[in-house]
Design a protein around this ligand. Sequence first.
Ligand code: SAM
Length: 284
Amino acid sequence: MTQHTHNKPKSGQVKEITSAANPVIKDLRALSQKKYRDREGIFLAEGLKLVTDALDLDWVIRTFVFARTALDNPLVAKTAARARAAGALVIEANNKVMEAITRRDNPQNVIAVFEQRWCKAETMDFARQTLLLGLDRVRDPGNLGTIIRTADAVGASGILLIGDTTDPFSLEAVRATRGSVFAVPLYRLGEQKFLDWRRSFSGMVVGTHLQGAVDYRQIDYKKEPMLLLMGNEQQGLSDNLAAACDRLARIPQAGQADSLNLAVATGVMLYEMRRNHLTLDVRS
Ligand code: SAM
Protein backbone atom coordinates (compact mmCIF):
# COMPACT_ATOMS: atom_id res chain seq x y z
CA MET A 1 0.00 0.00 0.00
CA THR A 2 1.41 3.43 -0.96
CA GLN A 3 1.00 6.49 1.19
CA HIS A 4 -1.35 7.94 -1.43
CA THR A 5 -3.87 5.12 -1.47
CA HIS A 6 -6.30 7.05 0.75
CA ASN A 7 -6.90 9.41 -2.21
CA LYS A 8 -8.24 6.62 -4.40
CA PRO A 9 -11.91 7.18 -5.22
CA LYS A 10 -14.01 4.69 -3.23
CA SER A 11 -16.35 2.42 -5.17
CA GLY A 12 -19.82 3.91 -5.16
CA GLN A 13 -18.34 7.38 -5.67
CA VAL A 14 -17.26 6.58 -9.20
CA LYS A 15 -19.41 5.57 -12.16
CA GLU A 16 -17.72 2.92 -14.26
CA ILE A 17 -18.43 3.08 -18.00
CA THR A 18 -17.09 0.60 -20.55
CA SER A 19 -19.22 1.36 -23.60
CA ALA A 20 -18.95 4.35 -25.93
CA ALA A 21 -22.68 3.86 -26.60
CA ASN A 22 -23.50 4.82 -23.00
CA PRO A 23 -25.74 7.95 -23.11
CA VAL A 24 -23.40 9.88 -20.76
CA ILE A 25 -20.50 9.23 -23.14
CA LYS A 26 -22.66 10.13 -26.15
CA ASP A 27 -23.33 13.52 -24.52
CA LEU A 28 -19.59 14.03 -23.95
CA ARG A 29 -18.84 13.08 -27.57
CA ALA A 30 -21.40 15.63 -28.77
CA LEU A 31 -19.23 18.35 -27.22
CA SER A 32 -16.91 18.09 -30.22
CA GLN A 33 -19.67 20.06 -32.01
CA LYS A 34 -20.02 23.79 -31.41
CA LYS A 35 -23.82 23.73 -31.37
CA TYR A 36 -23.83 21.39 -28.34
CA ARG A 37 -21.10 23.35 -26.57
CA ASP A 38 -23.07 26.57 -27.12
CA ARG A 39 -26.38 25.02 -26.11
CA GLU A 40 -25.00 23.62 -22.85
CA GLY A 41 -22.40 26.35 -22.22
CA ILE A 42 -19.74 23.72 -21.49
CA PHE A 43 -16.61 22.27 -23.11
CA LEU A 44 -14.02 19.51 -22.83
CA ALA A 45 -10.47 19.84 -21.52
CA GLU A 46 -7.99 16.97 -21.82
CA GLY A 47 -5.02 16.10 -19.65
CA LEU A 48 -4.22 16.32 -15.96
CA LYS A 49 -2.33 19.62 -16.27
CA LEU A 50 -5.21 21.44 -17.93
CA VAL A 51 -7.74 20.07 -15.48
CA THR A 52 -5.70 20.99 -12.39
CA ASP A 53 -4.99 24.46 -13.89
CA ALA A 54 -8.73 24.97 -14.32
CA LEU A 55 -9.57 23.76 -10.81
CA ASP A 56 -6.84 26.01 -9.35
CA LEU A 57 -8.48 28.98 -11.12
CA ASP A 58 -11.95 28.00 -9.82
CA TRP A 59 -13.51 27.03 -13.13
CA VAL A 60 -16.72 25.08 -12.58
CA ILE A 61 -16.26 21.38 -13.31
CA ARG A 62 -19.24 19.23 -14.33
CA THR A 63 -17.69 15.87 -15.19
CA PHE A 64 -14.30 14.23 -14.59
CA VAL A 65 -13.38 11.14 -16.59
CA PHE A 66 -10.22 9.15 -15.93
CA ALA A 67 -8.76 6.11 -17.65
CA ARG A 68 -8.92 2.87 -15.71
CA THR A 69 -5.18 2.53 -16.34
CA ALA A 70 -4.60 5.73 -14.33
CA LEU A 71 -6.36 4.41 -11.22
CA ASP A 72 -3.07 3.98 -9.38
CA ASN A 73 -1.74 7.42 -10.29
CA PRO A 74 -1.95 9.37 -7.01
CA LEU A 75 -2.27 12.74 -8.81
CA VAL A 76 -5.17 11.49 -10.91
CA ALA A 77 -6.85 10.07 -7.81
CA LYS A 78 -6.32 13.33 -5.91
CA THR A 79 -7.79 15.35 -8.79
CA ALA A 80 -10.75 12.96 -9.02
CA ALA A 81 -11.38 13.56 -5.32
CA ARG A 82 -11.16 17.34 -5.87
CA ALA A 83 -13.57 17.13 -8.79
CA ARG A 84 -16.00 15.08 -6.74
CA ALA A 85 -15.80 17.51 -3.84
CA ALA A 86 -16.61 20.29 -6.34
CA GLY A 87 -19.80 18.42 -7.29
CA ALA A 88 -18.65 16.77 -10.54
CA LEU A 89 -19.75 13.39 -11.78
CA VAL A 90 -16.64 11.17 -11.69
CA ILE A 91 -16.35 8.45 -14.31
CA GLU A 92 -13.85 5.62 -14.68
CA ALA A 93 -13.58 4.61 -18.34
CA ASN A 94 -11.63 2.18 -20.48
CA ASN A 95 -9.30 3.29 -23.27
CA LYS A 96 -11.94 2.79 -25.98
CA VAL A 97 -14.28 5.19 -24.24
CA MET A 98 -11.48 7.75 -23.73
CA GLU A 99 -10.66 7.51 -27.46
CA ALA A 100 -14.32 7.90 -28.37
CA ILE A 101 -14.74 11.08 -26.29
CA THR A 102 -11.61 12.81 -27.61
CA ARG A 103 -11.83 11.30 -31.12
CA ARG A 104 -8.13 10.50 -31.16
CA ASP A 105 -5.80 7.56 -30.66
CA ASN A 106 -3.61 7.65 -27.54
CA PRO A 107 -5.95 9.89 -25.57
CA GLN A 108 -4.89 11.62 -22.36
CA ASN A 109 -5.77 9.68 -19.21
CA VAL A 110 -7.94 12.49 -17.86
CA ILE A 111 -10.78 14.44 -19.51
CA ALA A 112 -13.08 16.93 -17.85
CA VAL A 113 -16.11 19.01 -18.71
CA PHE A 114 -16.08 22.64 -17.56
CA GLU A 115 -18.58 25.48 -17.83
CA GLN A 116 -17.60 28.11 -20.40
CA ARG A 117 -16.70 31.52 -19.05
CA TRP A 118 -17.16 34.75 -21.01
CA CYS A 119 -16.54 38.28 -19.75
CA LYS A 120 -18.62 41.31 -20.66
CA ALA A 121 -16.85 44.11 -22.55
CA GLU A 122 -19.50 46.63 -21.42
CA THR A 123 -18.54 46.19 -17.77
CA MET A 124 -14.76 46.08 -18.30
CA ASP A 125 -12.76 48.01 -15.69
CA PHE A 126 -10.26 49.96 -17.83
CA ALA A 127 -8.09 50.77 -14.84
CA ARG A 128 -7.23 47.08 -14.52
CA GLN A 129 -6.24 46.61 -18.16
CA THR A 130 -2.67 46.57 -19.42
CA LEU A 131 -2.66 45.20 -22.94
CA LEU A 132 -5.82 43.96 -24.61
CA LEU A 133 -5.85 41.98 -27.82
CA GLY A 134 -8.64 42.14 -30.41
CA LEU A 135 -8.92 39.45 -33.07
CA ASP A 136 -10.98 40.16 -36.20
CA ARG A 137 -12.87 37.00 -37.32
CA VAL A 138 -10.05 34.58 -36.47
CA ARG A 139 -10.83 31.32 -38.31
CA ASP A 140 -8.24 28.75 -37.38
CA PRO A 141 -8.58 27.01 -33.97
CA GLY A 142 -4.84 26.25 -33.84
CA ASN A 143 -4.04 29.94 -34.44
CA LEU A 144 -6.53 31.01 -31.78
CA GLY A 145 -5.19 28.54 -29.20
CA THR A 146 -1.61 29.56 -29.92
CA ILE A 147 -2.54 33.25 -29.62
CA ILE A 148 -4.32 32.70 -26.28
CA ARG A 149 -1.22 30.90 -24.98
CA THR A 150 1.06 33.73 -26.15
CA ALA A 151 -1.25 36.42 -24.74
CA ASP A 152 -1.09 34.61 -21.39
CA ALA A 153 2.71 34.42 -21.61
CA VAL A 154 3.08 38.19 -22.05
CA GLY A 155 0.56 38.98 -19.30
CA ALA A 156 -2.13 40.42 -21.59
CA SER A 157 -5.28 41.32 -19.68
CA GLY A 158 -7.87 39.95 -22.10
CA ILE A 159 -8.81 38.95 -25.64
CA LEU A 160 -11.74 40.37 -27.57
CA LEU A 161 -13.05 38.02 -30.23
CA ILE A 162 -14.65 40.27 -32.83
CA GLY A 163 -17.25 39.09 -35.37
CA ASP A 164 -17.68 35.49 -36.47
CA THR A 165 -14.67 33.73 -34.92
CA THR A 166 -13.68 30.14 -34.37
CA ASP A 167 -14.64 28.80 -30.93
CA PRO A 168 -11.95 29.10 -28.22
CA PHE A 169 -13.66 26.21 -26.45
CA SER A 170 -13.28 23.70 -29.32
CA LEU A 171 -11.11 20.67 -28.52
CA GLU A 172 -8.42 21.83 -30.96
CA ALA A 173 -8.26 25.41 -29.67
CA VAL A 174 -8.24 24.30 -26.01
CA ARG A 175 -5.43 21.81 -26.76
CA ALA A 176 -3.36 24.54 -28.44
CA THR A 177 -3.77 26.90 -25.44
CA ARG A 178 -2.05 24.33 -23.17
CA GLY A 179 -4.17 25.60 -20.27
CA SER A 180 -3.98 29.34 -20.99
CA VAL A 181 -7.67 29.32 -22.00
CA PHE A 182 -8.34 29.21 -18.25
CA ALA A 183 -6.07 32.16 -17.49
CA VAL A 184 -6.93 34.84 -20.08
CA PRO A 185 -10.32 36.61 -19.86
CA LEU A 186 -12.27 36.18 -23.11
CA TYR A 187 -14.82 38.61 -24.55
CA ARG A 188 -16.93 38.16 -27.69
CA LEU A 189 -18.72 40.88 -29.60
CA GLY A 190 -19.87 41.75 -33.10
CA GLU A 191 -17.99 44.36 -35.13
CA GLN A 192 -20.52 47.14 -34.48
CA LYS A 193 -20.59 46.39 -30.73
CA PHE A 194 -16.80 46.50 -30.75
CA LEU A 195 -16.80 49.87 -32.55
CA ASP A 196 -19.24 51.22 -29.93
CA TRP A 197 -17.08 49.84 -27.11
CA ARG A 198 -13.94 51.27 -28.72
CA ARG A 199 -15.35 54.80 -28.37
CA SER A 200 -15.20 54.41 -24.59
CA PHE A 201 -11.65 53.01 -24.66
CA SER A 202 -9.22 55.89 -24.20
CA GLY A 203 -5.99 53.88 -24.61
CA MET A 204 -4.01 53.64 -27.85
CA VAL A 205 -5.38 51.22 -30.45
CA VAL A 206 -2.69 49.72 -32.68
CA GLY A 207 -3.83 47.72 -35.69
CA THR A 208 -1.59 45.59 -37.85
CA HIS A 209 -1.91 45.85 -41.60
CA LEU A 210 0.09 44.82 -44.61
CA GLN A 211 -0.35 48.39 -45.87
CA GLY A 212 0.54 49.85 -42.45
CA ALA A 213 2.72 52.94 -42.81
CA VAL A 214 4.58 52.59 -39.50
CA ASP A 215 7.30 50.10 -38.60
CA TYR A 216 5.91 48.34 -35.47
CA ARG A 217 9.18 49.10 -33.61
CA GLN A 218 8.78 52.85 -34.04
CA ILE A 219 5.64 53.11 -31.89
CA ASP A 220 5.87 54.13 -28.22
CA TYR A 221 4.13 51.40 -26.23
CA LYS A 222 4.78 52.76 -22.74
CA LYS A 223 1.34 54.13 -21.90
CA GLU A 224 -1.26 51.58 -20.78
CA PRO A 225 -3.85 50.39 -21.44
CA MET A 226 -3.34 49.55 -25.10
CA LEU A 227 -5.29 47.50 -27.58
CA LEU A 228 -3.68 45.49 -30.37
CA LEU A 229 -5.95 44.59 -33.29
CA MET A 230 -5.07 41.67 -35.56
CA GLY A 231 -6.76 40.83 -38.87
CA ASN A 232 -8.44 37.77 -40.31
CA GLU A 233 -6.15 35.11 -41.84
CA GLN A 234 -7.47 35.60 -45.39
CA GLN A 235 -8.80 39.15 -45.52
CA GLY A 236 -6.77 41.02 -42.93
CA LEU A 237 -8.40 43.74 -40.79
CA SER A 238 -11.79 44.94 -42.04
CA ASP A 239 -11.88 48.55 -43.29
CA ASN A 240 -14.09 49.56 -40.35
CA LEU A 241 -11.66 48.12 -37.81
CA ALA A 242 -8.63 49.58 -39.57
CA ALA A 243 -10.34 53.00 -39.48
CA ALA A 244 -10.84 52.62 -35.70
CA CYS A 245 -7.08 52.32 -35.05
CA ASP A 246 -4.82 55.14 -33.83
CA ARG A 247 -1.83 53.59 -35.59
CA LEU A 248 -1.54 50.99 -38.36
CA ALA A 249 1.70 49.08 -37.91
CA ARG A 250 3.58 46.81 -40.27
CA ILE A 251 6.17 44.17 -39.46
CA PRO A 252 8.94 44.44 -42.09
CA GLN A 253 9.60 41.32 -44.14
CA ALA A 254 12.29 40.09 -46.51
CA GLY A 255 11.95 37.12 -48.85
CA GLN A 256 8.98 35.81 -50.80
CA ALA A 257 6.29 35.41 -48.12
CA ASP A 258 3.53 37.98 -48.63
CA SER A 259 2.59 37.98 -44.95
CA LEU A 260 3.30 36.29 -41.63
CA ASN A 261 1.08 33.66 -40.08
CA LEU A 262 -1.47 35.39 -37.83
CA ALA A 263 -0.28 33.71 -34.61
CA VAL A 264 3.36 34.50 -35.41
CA ALA A 265 2.57 38.16 -36.22
CA THR A 266 0.57 38.40 -32.97
CA GLY A 267 3.51 36.99 -31.01
CA VAL A 268 5.94 39.47 -32.57
CA MET A 269 3.62 42.39 -31.73
CA LEU A 270 2.77 41.28 -28.19
CA TYR A 271 6.42 40.82 -27.27
CA GLU A 272 7.34 44.23 -28.64
CA MET A 273 4.45 45.90 -26.82
CA ARG A 274 5.34 44.20 -23.52
CA ARG A 275 9.11 44.57 -23.97
CA ASN A 276 9.55 46.76 -20.89
CA HIS A 277 7.50 44.49 -18.63
CA LEU A 278 9.07 41.14 -19.34
CA THR A 279 12.28 40.14 -17.64
CA LEU A 280 13.64 36.71 -16.81
CA ASP A 281 12.65 37.10 -13.16
CA VAL A 282 9.14 38.31 -14.01
CA ARG A 283 7.54 35.20 -12.43
CA SER A 284 9.29 35.57 -9.10
N1 SAM B 1 -4.17 38.50 -47.14
C1 SAM B 1 -4.23 39.11 -45.87
C2 SAM B 1 -4.11 40.63 -46.00
O1 SAM B 1 -4.03 41.12 -47.11
O2 SAM B 1 -4.14 41.34 -44.99
C3 SAM B 1 -3.14 38.53 -45.01
C4 SAM B 1 -3.52 38.44 -43.62
S1 SAM B 1 -2.27 37.89 -42.52
C5 SAM B 1 -2.09 36.21 -42.89
C6 SAM B 1 -3.21 37.86 -41.03
C7 SAM B 1 -2.96 39.02 -40.13
O3 SAM B 1 -1.66 38.91 -39.56
C8 SAM B 1 -3.00 40.40 -40.74
O4 SAM B 1 -4.30 40.90 -40.88
C9 SAM B 1 -2.19 41.20 -39.75
O5 SAM B 1 -2.97 41.45 -38.62
C10 SAM B 1 -1.11 40.20 -39.37
N2 SAM B 1 0.10 40.29 -40.19
C11 SAM B 1 0.73 39.31 -40.87
N3 SAM B 1 1.86 39.74 -41.43
C12 SAM B 1 1.97 41.03 -41.09
C13 SAM B 1 2.96 42.04 -41.35
N4 SAM B 1 4.05 41.81 -42.07
N5 SAM B 1 2.75 43.28 -40.84
C14 SAM B 1 1.66 43.56 -40.10
N6 SAM B 1 0.70 42.64 -39.81
C15 SAM B 1 0.86 41.40 -40.30
